[in-house]
Ligand binder design. Structure first.
Ligand SMILES: [Zn+2]
Length: 415
């Protein structure tokens, strides 16, 4: 779709040189004025491999020890203009500050994301987002303004009000979590509105892996009449990834982020393969992260994509959180692999997964809103495709709670 930017077709050599030059140019300043990185960075570094990793717990402990913002601050506090915080799905929320320059950088990072999805200045973009302290789609909104699109806020609205606003303003693009897209379609149906017949033509999703899970993506496409794209980002790091016309994964914007894949067992970081995604941002110098362990489990591939980009691709998007992986009687499985099967059943509405320990044995339980006869079919499909036994229980539609932000569908319990 459209022309590619120079960085999108870099060779490995061009990429490595550009990334290191940009990072190396800033290291002296960080050593001088950023107390957090002054304590971490070595005096000399000839390449990325010489720099230490940064973890979420380090940042969290730093903020707890030096509240409220910690010591990862390169500039005097007066330079910062925005505060956002992590959603707090895993522990205490982390606070992140942006300067005017770094907020501008966020806006720029959204341009390749919109371009890859074919979104232009003529679009009307609806943000089904609460606009609270979580950075979520705040940066997407700012990026859309930068693009010149018409930005429509869906903050402080009920789901029904959002459906009405999408229809009334003839929105062409929708941004929200994949779960919430399905919730919007469901609420619209209850109101007698068919969003597939609205002006919506593209949706971009983040916060959960759904948009890269084929069955979830197809369901959103059918119910909303859109072409679905995935986006990956994090409060600590920035808006880093986007799916292209191939839509089989997420490319990382390697002009603004250095991506590495950490083999958690050996501690070795590589440019591709399976492991934990490690990211360094290259334009948020007021509160940067260097070799940040995102906790996201990915499978990264290099080469030229059918879209023409040479940017690294996270095949199938983000598989899940490293600590979400469960082992059911010796078989490793991510909740996203189960979602990929559950969403293929059109009769299923909302669902929950729980891993329980029953009489010293792992037992996976899945609760789905569906007719009773789905239970056996679904359990059979999970067993066939993942090699694990799953107890499936069906409940009536509308029984399970709905989510607006990151869905919490997975529980580990002890019985
Ligand atoms: Zn591509």
């Amino acid at each position: 779709m459209g022309e590619l930017d120079t960085f999108e077709t870099w060779s490995d050599r061009e990429r490595r040189r550009a990334q290191w030059e940009r990072l190396a140019a800033k290291l002296p300043e960080l050593r001088r004025t950023n107390p957090f990185y002054r304590a971490k960075l070595p005096e000399r570094a000839s390449g990325l491999g010489d720099l230490p990793f940064t973890t979420k717990s380090e940042l969290s402990e730093d903020q707890a020890a030096r509240p409220p913002f910690g010591t990862n601050l390169t500039y005097p506090i007066g330079r910062y203009v925005r505060l956002h915080q992590t959603s707090g799905t895993t522990g205490r929320p982390l606070r992140f500050l942006d300067t005017a320059e770094s907020w501008e950088w966020w806006r720029e990072c959204w341009q390749p994301i919109y371009r890859a999805a074919g979104v232009t200045a003529s679009d009307r973009i609806f943000f089904a987002f609460s606009f609270g302290p979580f950075v979520g789609f705040w940066s997407a909104f700012a990026g859309a303004e930068r693009l010149g699109a018409l930005c429509l806020t869906g903050g402080a609205m009920s789901t029904t009000e959002r459906v009405a606003a999408i229809v009334a303003a003839e929105a062409t693009v929708l941004l929200c979590t994949p779960t919430y897209a399905l919730r919007l379609a469901e609420a619209a149906r209850e109101e007698g509105v068919d969003l597939a017949r609205s002006a919506l033509r593209v949706s971009i999703h983040a916060g959960e892996p759904g948009a890269s899970i084929p069955a979830t993506r197809e369901r959103i496409e059918t119910e909303l009449g859109v072409e679905v794209f995935d986006h990956t980002g994090a409060t600590e790091v920035g808006a880093h990834g986007f799916s292209c016309s191939a839509r089989d994964g997420v490319h990382i914007n390697e002009a603004e982020f250095i991506a590495e894949i950490l083999d958690v067992r050996t501690g070795e970081a590589r440019e591709e393969g399976e492991g934990e995604l490690v990211l360094t941002n290259l334009g948020r110098w007021g509160m940067p992260v260097i070799r940040y362990r995102t906790g996201d489990r990915v499978s990264a591939v290099r080469g030229t994509c059918s879209c023409g980009r040479t940017l690294v691709k996270l095949a199938g998007g983000i598989a899940g959180r490293v600590d979400d992986m469960v082992t059911v009687r010796g078989v490793n499985v991510f909740p996203s692999a189960i979602e990929a099967i559950v969403r293929r059943f059109d009769e299923v509405g909302e669902y929950r997964i729980a891993l329980a320990r029953v009489r010293e044995m792992d037992e996976l339980r899945c609760t789905v809103e569906a007719p009773a006869d789905v239970a056996e079919l679904l359990a059979g499909a999970i067993h066939r495709e993942l090699g694990i036994r799953c107890v499936v229980e069906t409940v009536a539609r509308g029984t399970l709670p709905r989510f607006e932000m990151k869905a919490k569908r997975f529980n580990k319990t002890n019985v």
